[in-house]
Write a protein that binds this ligand. Sequence first.
Ligand SMILES: [Zn+2]
Length: 310
Amino acid sequence: MATIRPSPSRDPLRPSSNSLSCPSRAPLPSSLQICGSLRKPLKSEDTHLRILGSVKRRSIQIMEASKESPGLTREHMDKLTKRSEETDSDLGPFLDLKNRFLGYRRRTFLEDPVSYQKLAEAQEPKFMVVACGDSRVCPSNILGFQPGEAFMIRNVANLVPPFAHGASETNAALEFAVNTLKVPNILVIGHSRCGGIQALMSMKEEADSRSFIRDWVFVGKSARLSTKAAAGNLSFEQQCKHCEKESINGSLLNLLTYPWIEKRVNEGTLSIHGGYYDFVNCTFEKWTLDYKENMEGGSKYAIKDRCFWG
Ligand SMILES: [Zn+2]
């Protein structure tokens, strides 16, 4: 089991010793006045850094003295909090989010503290999901993933670049999920009316204008090519639908270009799956990529366990 833990970096809101350097070397008073409020004097054994000398020690003492609310007194913080409560009605779309969060907190943290705490300690997801960033295809919504069940990365057109493509957010997430979390399943989810796939299918070969979208969706160029070959006579909409599924299979094959994925698939400890969510009819199709040497027919790949929900 493993978990992502925040690095023990310094709180960015906490002033550094440099920014709090003493204007003079005069001894500090027994009570320190920080931003107008009195703080308790610190015990000299509070930090091992005192061995660095008295000037350094004073800097550290000031940092410690301001630990409670860096740069702001408690009174000031209270005022800000009150002001925030007073403007609750001006939260706009965030008011909904606030209420949803408080509902979530009630159902999890307050009603089931044991499970919540367990989840706070570690994660052991059964799925690594690659899905499109489209706001209509949130996997947690449509497949009901609960916190801790799926490690997820969402990008334009749910593409997985091949190993040779180099570092990207997508393969960084895959590396962590596969090598550290040891997920037993990777699921790539495509969807209907995907804007990223439309961009891929409509791009001009000779276009010289650069765009981040164009450069990214070009990862799916082999799906575009095979779609043009197999469905080039169909309408643009039908070609896109074809390419939406074709690119999922392209991504499944690209997954196998990562040595640490191929190794675990060969060992039988990792399965890779495709999914296609059609939000026009609200249906979901799922399949698994079978991969092994010397498969019947000479191919290494086959689709198995295809099923259709809806
Ligand atoms: Zn999409």
